[in-house]
Design a protein around this ligand. Structure first.
Ligand SMILES: Cc1cc2nc3c(=O)[nH]c(=O)nc-3n(C[C@H](O)[C@H](O)[C@H](O)COP(=O)(O)OP(=O)(O)OC[C@H]3O[C@@H](n4cnc5c(N)ncnc54)[C@H](O)[C@@H]3O)c2cc1C
Length: 407
């Protein structure tokens, strides 16, 4: 059996390792001059390679494709990923939130390990060779910028559409369509959220910890707790990025921030009353500074319609209520999401209805497989997207090996 893998990213390299270990003649094509260009920039250059969690927790972090991934994660889970890299001489460490990184903090060590796993006797490496089209007659014809090649099976591991400079330009969708396979139009996920309020840019670089970001998306509320960051005309940071994945293509979105999610409005009011009593002759901005970063104080009071120099002893009960309400429900005007190219991951992709979840094989075209981000699967940050690349890659490779054994 002769197999082509289109794409030498996380999923493609993983499949190449498994197939060549099983002594299957494998060709791997990548348009870049080297493998794993996207891996290199993952986890800010440290590569959060998986999440040290059980299957249920992995599935909780899959935004779209949860049901589909059930079988693949049962075949190869995060513990398997950890064992896989450690056996290849790439020690790993687990950080907060279960995030797993190479102990060296070097993403390039992950690519090196994936390359090391490839049995050199069974691989033909074709770098700097972009695939242009794929057809099937009696066998698959893979047309590149240089030649036409013939294969018994093809694995499409071309990734999504985000960060196109890494080589992931969405070609896999084009290949799927060539076979009449449906593709869910790709859209932004894990991207900054654009905010209309002018004050947003004034706060650029300000990070808020332990806050709750709420989004009413088409009437349904999604709330995330943690850290976020103000950027130019946008919000970003862990909870904003995650929330963007839930927003997706929805247009009707209302955003609000809860600065004190650990306190109910009643408890918060009690605390403020106490603060007021102890500081009657101070300016109101003094009290607010105790509740949020200094840079936010005037903006916050301005949004409440209260002069920041007003003395605490002249704040009315109505104004105090306003403060409590705004602390629990500070509105941000939603403008939209950043474009797909700036996303950590691409939502949308090859329609999962077209793919066998146990094998990643197309239901329409036998011996054609799709793995990794090209599929309509996207996860939250924390190592889950790379885990998806490995789990889907494992399922496809196992299925191909099984077929090869039968030939
Ligand atoms: C900035 C950033 C940080 C990230 N950090 C993390 C993280 O820490 N943890 C995590 O789990 N996920 C992270 N991700 C997401 C993760 O990197 C991807 O989900 C994962 O790399 C997808 O793997 P893949 O193999 O499906 O695709 P890719 O890694 O995108 O690989 C696809 C490959 O296919 C090649 N290719 C495409 N078209 C063709 C063609 N026509 N011919 C030949 N070759 C082609 C490309 O050159 C590329 O090398 C991050 C993403 C970004 C952008």
């Amino acid at each position: 059996m002769k197999v082509a893998i289109i794409g030498g990213g996380a999923s493609g390299l993983f499949v190449a390792g498994k197939l060549t270990q099983a002594k299957i003649e494998t060709y791997i094509f990548d348009g870049n001059e080297k493998f794993g260009k996207k891996i290199y920039i993952t986890g800010k250059g440290r590569c959060n390679v998986t999440n040290n969690c059980d299957k249920e927790n992995y599935l909780k972090n899959v935004v779209r494709g949860k049901k589909f991934m059930y079988s693949a994660i049962n075949q190869f889970d995060s513990q398997d990923t950890i064992d896989f890299f450690e056996k290849l001489g790439c020690p790993l460490k687990t950080e907060h939130g279960g995030r797993v990184f190479p102990s060296s903090d070097k993403a390039s060590d992950i690519t090196k390990a994936l390359e090391k796993n490839i049995n050199k006797d069974f691989i033909q490496i074709h770098l700097n060779e972009r695939v242009i089209s794929i057809n099937k007659k009696s066998s698959f014809i893979v047309k590149t910028e240089k030649f036409d090649y013939f294969f018994d099976a093809v694995v499409i591991a071309t990734g999504g559409k985000s960060y196109p400079a890494t080589g992931s330009t969405g070609d896999g969708y084009k290949f799927a369509k060539m076979f009449g396979i449906n593709v869910i139009t790709p859209y932004s996920a894990l991207v900054p959220i654009k905010i209309k309020d002018k004050f947003c840019s004034e706060l650029e670089g300000l990070s808020l910890k332990n806050v709750q970001l709420n989004a009413k998306i088409n009437g349904k509320v999604k709330s995330l707790f943690g850290e976020m960051l103000f950027a130019k005309n946008a919000i970003t940071g862990p909870i904003a990025l995650s929330l963007s994945s839930y927003i997706g293509e929805n247009k009707e979105v209302e955003l609000s921030l809860d600065f004190k999610p650990a306190l109910t409005s009643v408890k918060l009011e009690e605390r403020i009353m106490r603060d007021f009593k102890e500081n009657l002759n101070k300016e109101i901005s003094y009290i607010i500074r105790g509740l949020m970063p200094h840079r936010l104080t005037s903006i916050f009071l301005n949004c409440c319609g209260i002069d920041e120099h007003k003395k605490v002893n002249s704040i009315t009960a109505k104004e105090r209520n306003k403060i409590v309400n705004k602390l629990k429900n500070f509105t941000l005007i939603y403008e939209g999401l950043y474009p797909i190219e700036s996303g950590i991951v691409t939502a949308g992709g090859v329609d999962l209805k077209e793919i066998n979840p146990k094998t990643m094989e197309s239901k329409k075209v036998s011996d054609l497989y799709f793995v990794g981000e090209v599929l309509d699967i996207d996860c939250l940050t924390g190592g889950y997207n790379l885990q998806t690349a490995f789990s889907s890659g494992y399922a496809a490779a196992e299925a191909i090996i099984l077929k090869a054994d039968k030939v």
